[in-house]
Ligand binder design. Structure first.
Ligand code: ADE
Length: 441
C-alpha cells in the first residue's frame, strides 16, 4: 500500500490565522483558570519531551488548552473530534504557532479518519479524546483490525501495531467516550490507563448541564431563528446534559417534555416540573426535539411518522446516531438544504421535518460550543490530568481511572477565586462535630 506523506498541518486556509488569533485572545479573557495553569507550566515545563495528541473539537477554547500544553513543554498535535465542529480561523492560528492541526469544518468522514492517521503519525505519549476515537483507533491498530475507517488510517500510517506501546495514558472529555472506555475495560481490551475527565465534578456539574444547556439552545436558535417561547420542546435523555437543556428551554418559555428510559431520571424530571412521556407520546406533541442520550436510534421511523408538520430535530449527544438519518431518508420523497445546516426532509406523508447540523451535536455544528467560562474548568482538568499522567506514568493502573479528588477540588477552588467568590470555613467545633459519631439526638 502506498503511504501518504504527512503534512505539518491540514487547515482550510492558513491566511485565516489573524482572525483565529483574535478569537483565541477573546477566549483567554474568559479562561482565567487555564491561564493561571499556563503561567505555572511556562516556568516548570512539566510536559517537556512529551507528545500530546488531542482529538477534540477545534474551537477557540481548545486552542487555549493547546497553547497551555505547549507552554508546558509538550509537542501538541490536534485533530477534530467531529467533522462539523472546527473553527477554521482557530485551526489556522494554531498551525502558524507550530501546533500540528488537522481539521477543516465540513470535512468528509474519510478525511476525518485520514486526519486521525496524520495525528497518530506523531507517536503520542498521551492521548486526549472527546469521544474515544484516538483510543479506539490505536487499539484496533494494535489488534491488526482491517476494513472501514481502519483502511483509511492505514493508508496514512501503514501497519503500526506498535504505536500504542509508547502511550503512557490518556484522558477522555465526554460521557459517550467514557461509556466506550468502560466497555473496553470490561472486555479486558484496554491497553493503557485512561482518566475519565468527564466524570469529575468540576466537569459534569458545569460543562454538561450549564454549558450544553446554553450552547444547544444557541445552536437551535442560530440555525433556525425560531421563537422558543410557547413551543412544545421535547428533551430525550435527562442526564447531566439533557437536564441542562430542559432547564434552559423552560427558561426561554417552552413547554418542556422529557423522555427517558431510567426511572430515577424520569422521576427527577417529573419532580422538577417537567412533563414525562414516552417517545411515542412525545413524537405527536413536539415542535422541537433534542436528543441527549448517547444511544442509537432514539428517534426513528415510528416516531417520524407521528410528528407534526415542520417539527425541528436536533441532537446534542456526541455521535450523529441518535436521530435515525437512514429512516428519515427512507421516509422522504425529497431532501434539500433549506438554509445553512438545516436539512428539510419532505416525507411521503406530505409533512416536512427539519434536521439541524446533519444530526451532529447541534451546539458545535450550528453554534460555537460551550462558552469559554465553562470550558475553563473542563480544560483546566485536562491540563492538570496531563501533568498527573506524566508524574505518575509508572503507577497508573491500566483501566478507567477517576480524576484525583485533589485536582477536581483545586479546579473548583481556582474557579471560585477567579470569580472573586469565597467559601465559608468550618469552625473548630463544626470540624469536631463532623468527625464525631457519638453526638446524636
Ligand atoms: N465541547 C463543547 N463545547 C466545546 C468548546 N467550546 N470547545 C471544545 N469542546 C467543546
Amino acid at each position: 500500500m502506498e503511504m501518504e506523506i504527512v503534512p505539518d498541518y491540514w487547515v482550510k486556509d492558513i491566511s485565516l490565522e489573524a482572525d483565529g488569533r483574535k478569537l483565541l485572545e477573546w477566549a483567554e479573557l474568559s479562561m482565567p483558570v487555564v491561564m493561571k495553569i499556563r503561567k505555572r507550566f511556562e516556568e516548570e515545563k512539566p510536559l517537556k519531551g512529551y507528545t500530546l495528541v488531542g482529538c477534540l473539537h477545534i474551537t477557540k477554547e481548545t486552542g487555549v488548552l493547546a497553547r497551555t500544553l505547549k507552554a508546558g513543554g509538550a509537542k501538541v498535535v490536534l485533530t477534530a473530534s467531529n467533522p462539523l465542529s472546527t473553527t477554521d480561523e482557530v485551526a489556522a492560528a494554531l498551525a502558524v504557532e507550530g501546533i500540528n492541526v488537522y481539521a477543516i469544518k465540513g470535512e468528509s468522514n474519510e478525511d476525518y479518519y485520514r486526519c486521525i492517521g496524520y495525528a497518530l503519525s506523531h507517536e503520542a505519549d498521551i492521548t486526549i479524546d472527546d469521544g474515544a476515537d484516538l483510543v479506539s483507533t490505536l487499539h484496533k491498530m494494535a489488534r491488526g483490525e482491517k476494513g472501514g475507517e481502519m483502511d483509511i488510517v492505514e493508508s496514512v500510517l501503514g501497519e503500526r501495531p506498535d504505536l500504542i506501546e509508547k502511550v503512557i495514558g490518556g484522558s477522555e472529555e465526554t460521557t459517550t467516550g467514557v461509556i466506550r472506555l468502560r466497555a473496553m475495560a470490561r472486555d479486558g481490551a484496554l491497553k493503557y490507563p485512561l482518566v475519565a475527565v468527564n466524570d469529575a465534578k468540576s466537569k459534569n456539574l458545569f460543562d454538561n448541564p450549564v454549558g450544553t444547556g446554553q450552547s444547544a439552545l444557541d445552536g437551535v436558535i442560530r440555525a433556525t431563528d425560531v421563537l422558543i417561547a410557547g413551543k412544545n420542546f421535547v428533551v430525550v435523555g435527562y442526564g447531566h446534559v439533557g437536564s441542562g437543556i430542559a432547564e434552559r428551554a423552560r427558561g426561554l418559555g417552552a413547554l418542556v417534555i422529557v423522555v427517558d428510559v431510567k426511572p430515577h431520571n424520569a422521576l427527577k424530571a417529573a419532580m422538577y416540573g417537567f412533563r414525562v412521556a414516552t417517545m411515542r407520546e412525545a413524537a405527536e406533541y413536539g415542535d422541537i426535539f433534542i436528543t441527549a442520550t448517547g444511544n442509537i436510534n432514539v428517534i426513528r421511523k415510528e416516531h417520524f411518522e407521528l410528528m407534526k408538520n415542520e417539527a425541528i430535530l436536533a441532537n446534542a449527544g456526541h455521535f450523529d446516531v441518535e436521530i435515525s438519518k437512514p429512516d428519515l431518508e427512507e421516509l422522504s420523497e425529497n431532501i434539500r438544504e433549506i438554509r445553512p445546516l438545516v436539512t428539510e426532509y419532505k416525507l411521503k406523508n406530505g409533512k416536512r421535518l427539519f434536521l439541524l447540523g446533519e444530526g451532529r451535536l447541534v451546539n458545535l455544528a450550528c453554534a460555537k460550543g460551550h462558552p469559554s467560562e465553562v470550558m475553563d474548568m473542563s480544560f483546566a482538568l485536562q491540563a492538570l490530568c496531563a501533568e498527573y499522567m506524566v508524574k505518575n506514568a509508572d503507577k497508573l493502573p491500566v483501566t478507567v481511572i477517576d480524576v484525583p479528588q485533589d485536582i477536581d477540588e483545586k479546579v473548583a477552588r481556582l474557579k471560585l477565586e477567579t470569580m472573586d467568590l469565597k467559601t465559608e470555613k468550618l469552625t473548630e467545633q463544626q470540624e469536631e462535630y463532623l468527625k464525631s459519631w457519638k453526638i446524636g439526638t
